[in-house]
Design a protein around this ligand. Structure first.
Ligand code: CA
Length: 231
């Protein structure tokens, strides 16, 4: 059974609206377009989209603020569009909780590939059998997307959850940046592996806030290792 994924596009440039609609609709997605932040927040509540394609440069409320507000109320996937392509914007966007970043000008085919990759991640998680990963400080339920640290639910974005899950599945072993990139973002990810450092840093900080412990170690020059003890 195939259900149509809903995509909310937040973009004020007409030419890009047209291209994005054409390509996403012909790839089988349901597309709703708005051209400003406040309307994006309203439509996100009404539509409950599977993914928000969010332009960074919007009149009035900018994309960063829209992303931050969306994150306050949902874990919807956010793919950010930026004309600037600056590393600083990218990292700031990811910190706020964007799941991926695409720089303008982009090829419409790449856009469709990125959207499909992000949504595939979610499907793969949804069909995995129920296996709980439990440690002294942490318990993870992949089906319900819940992570409990020191007895409290961790507030993680969808991508942060995936990062933690992969590290925990491989507890005690080092995962390289490339391995994490392939596991979480997919082997067809085009971006920079800096994204891994940003996400691992966020997950590590949230775990540390909850438990007071450093549960993700950096293995210099190689990658990261989850070090809590299995129960
Ligand atoms: Ca714009």
């Amino acid at each position: 059974m195939k259900t149509t994924a809903k995509i909310l596009v937040v973009e004020d440039e007409l030419s890009i609206q047209t291209i994005v609609r054409t390509y996403l609709e012909s790839a089988g997605f349901g597309v709703t377009i708005v051209d400003n932040g406040p309307e994006a927040l309203t439509q996100a509540r009404l539509l409950q989209p599977d993914l928000v394609l969010l332009d960074l440069n919007l009149p009035g409320m900018d994309g960063m603020e829209v992303a931050a507000r969306l994150r306050e109320e949902s874990s919807v996937y956010i793919l950010m569009l930026s004309a600037r392509g600056e590393e600083a914007d990218r990292v700031a966007g990811l910190r706020i909780g964007a799941d991926d970043f695409l720089t303008k000008p982009f090829s419409p085919r790449e856009l469709v590939a990125r959207v499909e990759a992000v949504l595939r991640r979610r499907r793969e998680t949804a069909v995995s059998p129920t296996t709980l990963y439990t440690f002294q400080q942490l318990a993870i339920n992949p089906d319900s997307h819940e992570a409990i640290a020191a007895g409290q639910p961790l507030d993680l974005t969808a991508t942060e959850f995936q990062v933690l899950l992969e590290l925990a599945k491989n507890a005690g072993r080092v995962l390289t940046r490339d391995q994490l990139l392939a596991l979480v973002w997919g082997s067809d990810y085009y971006g920079n592996d800096r994204v891994v450092d940003v996400y691992v840093g966020q997950v590590r900080r949230k775990l540390q806030d909850a438990t007071g412990l450093l549960l993700i170690e950096t293995v210099r020059g190689i990658g990261y290792k989850f070090v809590d003890v299995k129960r």
